[in-house]
Design a protein around this ligand. Sequence first.
Ligand SMILES: [Zn+2]
Length: 98
Amino acid sequence: MMAHPSQFEVKRVDRLWHVFSPEGESLTSGYSNRKSADNKRRRLLGLEVRPDVSKLKPSAQITRKCLCCPTHFTSEGPHNRLCPCCASSVSRMDPRMI
Ligand SMILES: [Zn+2]
């Protein structure tokens, strides 16, 4: 990555991470982790601070095996463990039986 003269720099000083201006002046009181300092640097540069999408799981539908019968069905998510057939029969059941 090429260094840009107008870029703010994140450097570690005395266990804390600081954002330095291109003139070498500390613009922060110090962060305990580099990511916070880097986010601050991005805000100073007017860049968008994006959430870490790699930690978010896609809400893609997956195929699950029904808990009640051998049917495989397209699940809407972790809460959806019954095939549509069993789900409808459960909803018709007396709540005291579940
Ligand atoms: Zn089922």
